[in-house]
Every structure is written in structure tokens, then in C-alpha cells.
Design a protein around this ligand. Structure first.
Ligand code: NAP
Length: 562
């Protein structure tokens, strides 16, 4: 892979066609960096050439654990880590980079607009960068961030507690496994290695930005934090009677892993924890702590895995299936059309009929059908087979399916009405921060329901419990108005112009995203949200009122002209 760094200095052309553009601040002279079809116009920054520069001194000072703790700042080195932190929304205090960054093999993957589209990137020399770098081959990029937020969720499902882990490599690996298995938070005991040291950050591969890590600086506080979780505790102990395979790990729990060299601390021994062992052969006595912790966490994941049936395997059904499969769940789809090929490519199973689907004995059945067809689909469903199952709908209106499911499903089927307020466009790269609205209409198996909701919370959606009635009143004035505006503007056949304003660009964006959804979906929003008709009337009245305002003003202006 070759990257050209043109040496010629010059002005950016007024039109860059399809090329992505970005400018860095503090520029004296712009120059162009090209990478295949991406061209980055980066002015040369005020070059930092002195080791006495305040930023350089700060990076050096942050190598010290106690300074990191008091300043609440962290140093990330390397394209991958810096890019991960930015992607997860961390705001950099500043980024230092040298020309080395453009030679890295990871350049194309991680050098993205967001990396340098920040007013805090500063260029420095290779020598300064190398002196700050902790790795043998310096990648040419180091950033200082605020320490990520350490707030634990109020009702965690899965927590990792690290008891006096002193090896940075082990802690980094454990954090990585914790993030991958959907742990809600990590608690670090006193006398542990600092999770924000360069080595642990490197080993964590971005885990630090995905899950909250609470560092307890004294034992009293540590015990308080662990006890306040209010969930069952599990402690690895090679002398325990039960192996982790014999435990029911579906309820919320925290697993404690202790130092290999010293075993559980006296404080941890005071906790009322279930002890478990991990089976070992060949007379091996112990596992590496990161391996033991990961093995346990993956057993939790396995026990919490759900078999999810999706009815309506169209655009949105497939979009959801992709994440369900990625998170380790088994997905079986069925639909009116044949989606065997699509299902296979997603790692899901496709079956032709709803009876075939129920023969697979799914734990959860999700209705992803169009709003308009859902009644007929549920009416023709073998609803008796839904007894004891969790039935979920994802329709963009909520009162309608709630009433429908209450009317047509057997009493002993659980009902969860949801609206993921995003789709294949807005949620293409990440679901982070995207709203997921839900109402637990009738739930008897709370653990199963929480596990299903956990798919969305661990994908970092903003979870919003809300009544279906309130959802529909909000959605009529937000979602329906957005779709109506998009479709109305589409009828004007708006074109991009060479002088687009930001506002006009946004309007074009609204047209594009709303018109990508099926007309069926839009019609469903109109027909099955009881508030939509009123909103449409209000929009028409607003247009008329606006027109009248203009005409009145024009009439007033007329004599002045004369
Ligand atoms: P859609 O046009 O609303 O629904 C398409 C799905 O409905 C397909 O699976 C289709 O099956 C099925 N379907 C349509 N008519 C049918 C009929 N007469 N009998 C049986 N099945 C029928 O488009 P969508 O985007 O995939 O949305 C699916 C659901 O998700 C909708 O309820 C929508 O409100 C909700 N939702 C969508 C989004 C989004 O961004 N798209 C976001 C949140 C929620 P075949 O393909 O097999 O014909």
C-alpha cells in the first residue's frame, strides 16, 4: 500500500468533486495528502519542535500513574487506539502527530475524517514523537483525552471485579474480553495495576472506551462499590466444588478474578461469593487469570444466548438479524418472500413458513413485518405455539401492535413492544446513542426480557422505557412530520446546486433517508398512529398561515413602493 505525500504547497481547489475534504487548524500552508480516492487537505500546523513545549511535557508527565489519577487524563498512542477513542465519542485535549503516521500500514483503515477533523491536532517532529512513544516502532500519533466516564449502570447484568491484578498484559486482555462479552462495567480493587497505563490501554484494544471502569483507591470503598451492585457474586477458586458449567449464570452477576500469585485478597474473602472452579486436565493446577476470567465470561454469554425467530425478513428484519448474530444469538428468519440466500450470508437460518420457525423452538419471536400487514400475519400465525415465548414487535407505531398482540396472543405469551428509532441508514456503522423505545406490556420471564433488551443496551443504544401511547404522541410530531416533509420535498424533485447552504444540504439528506423507507412504512405511520392525521392537518394549516402572512406583508408594502 503506498501513500503519496505531495511536497508541493498550494491552494485547495474550490471544487473537490467526490473527495472528502478536511482542514487542520493552525495552518500556515496547506498541503495535500492523498490515500487512494481520499484526499485530505491538511495545512501544516504550527510545528512543535521543542521538548519544552507544554503539550510535550504533559504527555511525559502522564506516564506517571499518580499524575494520571489526579489530572484524570489519559494518553493513547497509535492510530488504532486514538481512532477508537474518537469513534466512541471521547473528546481529545490534543493530538500530536508526526510524518511517521502516514507510513503506518493501518493508515488507510484508521485515518478517517474524524481523526483529524478536530481543531486540536498538532504536528511535531519524528524525534519528539519517538521520545514520547512507548513502542519500539512509533506510529507517529499520540493523543491526550479526559479519562472516560466511570459511572456504573444502576442495574448491571454482568460486572467484572478485578482483585489486585498487577500484570498490565493480563488486565488489558481481561478488559478486552469483558467488552467483547458485553460486561456492563469493571471494578478495579486497590493494589492493582492502573488500567489507564499505556500497556493496559494497548492490551484493551479499545475496551476502555466501551465499558465504564471504576478504580477504587481504598478497600472500604471497594467493598462498598461491590456490595452496592446488589447482584450475586462469583469468585474463581480452584478448590471449589462446582465448576462454572454447573452454575445457572443467567441472573445478573459479578465475577471476581484475583491475582494469580496471591489469590483472593482478605477483603474479597469477606464477600459472600459463590465459588466456582474451571475444570482442568493433565494435572494442571491453574489457568492464567485473563484466560480464567474470559472462560467464565464466555460461559455467561453462552448461557444467555437466545434463539430469536424473525417474522418478516425484509429490509429491517435483516438489519436486526445482523447484530443479533454478531452478538452470538441464533437467528431463524421467515418471510413472505424467500430470503434463504440473504439469511445464509448473515449467518442466520431461513425457513419457509411460520410453523417451520416455531418447530425450531425460538425463545423470542420478533415481528418485523410492515405495519399494514402485521394484523394479517399475526392472524395467520400458529399463535398457540407462542405460549411461553417472548413476542416482540418493532413497528414504528406502538399503540396499534400493543392492542393487536394483547387481542390475538394467548395469555401466557410475554409481550414486549419496541421501536428501535433507527434503521439501516442511521444505524449502519454503530447503534451508539440511538434511541430504543420499549414498553414491557406483559412480561412474566423478566430475565429473558432483560437478555433481549441487553442486545440493544450492549450495542450502546439509549434505552427509553415509555408507554406506547406517549410514544405515538411524540412520534406523530417528530417521525411522521420528518417523513411527510421528506416525501413532500421529494415531490419538488430538489436538486443539489453548486451553492448549497448547510440548511439545504440537510433538507436533501431528509429527502434521501425518508424516501429510502418503503411507502408502506410511511402509510403505516399515517394510518396507524392516531395522532398522525392531526399533524398532517396542522402542517397544511401552517403552510396556509405562512402564505397568508407573506401576502399580508406584500399588501402592506405595496403603497410604500408607489
Ligand atoms: P416495511 O415495508 O415496513 O416492511 C417490510 C416487511 O414486511 C418485509 O419483511 C415484508 O415481507 C413484510 N410484508 C409486507 N407486506 C406483507 C404481507 N402482505 N404479508 C406478509 N409480510 C409482508 O419495511 P421495513 O423497513 O423492513 O420495516 C419492517 C418493520 O420495521 C415495520 O413495521 C417498520 O415500521 C419497522 N421499523 C423499520 C425501521 C426502518 O428504518 N426501516 C425502523 C424501525 C422500525 P417480504 O419482504 O417477504 O415481502
Amino acid at each position: 500500500m503506498a501513500f503519496a505525500i505531495p511536497q508541493t504547497l498550494g491552494k485547495a481547489p474550490s471544487s473537490l468533486g467526490s473527495f472528502k475534504t478536511l482542514w487542520m487548524i493552525n495552518c500556515r500552508f496547506p498541503y495535500r495528502l492523498s490515500c487512494r480516492k481520499h484526499i485530505y487537505w491538511t495545512p501544516v500546523c504550527n510545528l512543535i519542535t521543542s521538548v519544552k513545549n507544554e503539550k510535550v511535557k504533559l504527555v511525559r508527565a502522564l506516564a506517571n500513574t499518580s499524575y494520571r489519577r489526579t489530572s484524570k487524563k489519559i494518553v493513547c498512542e497509535g492510530l488504532r487506539l486514538v481512532s477508537d477513542a474518537l469513534k466512541r465519542g471521547l473528546k481529545p485535549d490534543f493530538i500530536l502527530y508526526s510524518d511517521d503516521v502516514f507510513q503506518s500500514a493501518s493508515f488507510r483503515h484508521y485515518f478517517s475524517e474524524q481523526l483529524f477533523a478536530t481543531p486540536v491536532a498538532w504536528k511535531t517532529t519524528h524525534d519528539i514523537m519517538a521520545s514520547l512513544s512507548d513502542s519500539v516502532t512509533c506510529q507517529g500519533i499520540i493523543a491526550v483525552f479526559e479519562q472516560p466516564c466511570d459511572n456504573m449502570p444502576s442495574q448491571p447484568d454482568l460486572v467484572l471485579v478485578c482483585d489486585r491484578l498487577q500484570d498490565p498484559g493480563n488486565l488489558g486482555s481481561l478488559l478486552r474480553s469483558a467488552a467483547a462479552t458485553g460486561v456492563d462495567g469493571v471494578i478495579i480493587s486497590p493494589d492493582s495495576t492502573d488500567p489507564y497505563s499505556v500497556k493496559v490501554l494497548r492490551g484493551g484494544m479499545g475496551a476502555h472506551f466501551a465499558i465504564p471502569i471504576k478504580i477504587c483507591e481504598d478497600w472500604k470503598w471497594f467493598l462498598q462499590v461491590v456490595q452496592d451492585l446488589g447482584i450475586s457474586l462469583y469468585l474463581a477458586d480452584s478448590n471449589a466444588e462446582q465448576s462454572h458449567y454447573q452454575l445457572d449464570l443467567r441472573e445478573p452477576l459479578a465475577v471476581i478474578v484475583s491475582s494469580e500469585a496471591h489469590g483472593p485478597s482478605t477483603f474479597v474473602k469477606q464477600l459472600d461469593a459463590h465459588r466456582f472452579k474451571i475444570p482442568m486436565r493433565n494435572a494442571m493446577e491453574s489457568l492464567n487469570v485473563a484466560v480464567a476470567g474470559s472462560v467464565f465470561l464466555y460461559e455467561v454469554l453462552r448461557q444467555r444466548e437466545e434463539k430469536i425467530g424473525i417474522v418478516g425478513f425484509g429490509n429491517f428484519g435483516q438489519f436486526l438479524a445482523k447484530t443479533f448474530v454478531k452478538q452470538g444469538h441464533k437467528v431463524i428468519g421467515t418471510s413472505r418472500s424467500n430470503y434463504e440466500v440473504e439469511a445464509k450470508s448473515l449467518g442466520a437460518l431461513y425457513v419457509p413458513t411460520t410453523s417451520d420457525l416455531m418447530e425450531q423452538d425460538p425463545d423470542v419471536v420478533v415481528f418485523c413485518t410492515s405495519i399494514t400487514s402485521t394484523r394479517s400475519v399475526v392472524e395467520s400465525f400458529p399463535v398457540d405455539t407462542l405460549r411461553g415465548k417472548l413476542v416482540v414487535d418493532v413497528l414504528s407505531v406502538k399503540v396499534y401492535p400493543k392492542k393487536l398482540l394483547l387481542e390475538l396472543l394467548p395469555q401466557d405469551a410475554d409481550i414486549l413492544c419496541t421501536h428501535p428509532m433507527f434503521g439501516p441508514e442511521s444505524g449502519r456503522y454503530s447503534w451508539k446513542g440511538l434511541p430504543f423505545v420499549y414498553e414491557q406490556v406483559r412480561i412474566s420471564d423478566q430475565v429473558r426480557c432483560e437478555t433481549f433488551l441487553g442486545i440493544f443496551s450492549s450495542a450502546l443504544c439509549t434505552m427509553i422505557p415509555m408507554s406506547s401511547e406517549l410514544h405515538d404522541s411524540y412520534a406523530a410530531s417528530s417521525q411522521f412530520i420528518t417523513h411527510t416533509t421528506g416525501r413532500m420535498l421529494a415531490k419538488l424533485n430538489l436538486q443539489s446546486t453548486p451553492i448549497n447552504t448547510k440548511g439545504y444540504e440537510s433538507l436533501l439528506g431528509v429527502v434521501e433517508t425518508t424516501c429510502k423507507d418503503s411507502f408502506d412504512l410511511y402509510y403505516g405511520l399515517y394510518k396507524y398512529n392516531p395522532n398522525a392525521k392531526l399533524e398532517l392537518e396542522k402542517m397544511e394549516q401552517a403552510l396556509q398561515a405562512l402564505r397568508k402572512e407573506l401576502e399580508t406583508r406584500e399588501a402592506l408594502d405595496a403603497p410604500n413602493k408607489d
